[in-house]
Design a protein around this ligand. Sequence first.
Ligand SMILES: Nc1ncnc2[nH]cnc12
Ligand SMILES: [Zn+2]
Length: 335
Amino acid sequence: MSLDAFINSLPKAELHLHIEGSLEPELMFELARRNKVEIPFDSVEAVRAAYDFSNLQDFLDIYYAGANVLQTEQDFHDLAYAYFQRAAADRVRHAEIFFDPQTHTDRGIPFQVVADGLLSGMKAAEADLDVSSQLILCFLRHLDEDAAFATLRKAEPWLDRIRGVGLDSSEVGHPPSKFKSVFAAAGSMGLKRVAHAGEEGPPEYVWEALDLLKIDRMDHGNRSMEDPKLVERLAKEGMTLTVCPLSNHKLCVVDDLKDHPVPEMLRQGLHVTLNSDDPAYFGGYVNENWRQLTAAVGLTREQLIGLAKNSFEGSFLTSAEKAAYIDEVEAYAAL
Ligand SMILES: Nc1ncnc2[nH]cnc12
Ligand SMILES: [Zn+2]
């Protein structure tokens, strides 16, 4: 069996996926029509042509504009369900998905519309497609900590259905320290904590995410590789990194996929997982990330099996659930 074919059916989890980043141009047009929202593009092709980014901010400007078409609970349901159909086709068995409530509440969409729509899409996907999932609420780091606290308060009635909090949006100039208190509050409510760190920001931001935000998992983490003491700590603590190869290439975090740090991360004992980040914008869902990275850097079958196991180990599932999924990986690898 070719490595591509092996990847395609390998059971895996996806741990770094912004649901708003799975909005395909076709669905964007359909929702714009359904909700009578203007979008600054004439065609699906024109939207795709605009996806040429030089950095994270370039992308975020387009990504936040695209989210304007999302208006109703049904829209959020459809968005989530469409992602899970793609994920199931990539043999994703479990996904922990981010959402950015402030992107919606700040333009007048109630938190309830967003959360209930996503949760209903997740429930339908579990029933129809046999993909389990959990929801992670991300705070937008370009906004202030008071706004993050207000969002956490809005989320209170849903906290039994939200697994954790995250931190995303423009990294440089918005260090983790800005959100120390709200992450402490989220932790005391029993929520898991994750944060984007070291995507564009320096290793100091990764240290802050560990020491001040007390994260359970790290999103990206690429620039940790510049600091040997940090790498040693991440390896010793068994910290899972949710790495996103095509995102890194599209946002110029790496110039060439051949130079991607995943092989070096694995050599240094880091718990790497491979994910798609914003697949509608970056040219591929999770298997495309696995395949293109494998072709570019030469990952072996054994490494791919390890990455699949890492994806379940690094999830927020129970130990029994993790073990059941890892058994699926082993059964598949033994075929
Ligand atoms: N790659 C990324 N980095 C930071 N914020 C994001 N929001 C959506 N995708 C993101
Ligand atoms: Zn991300």
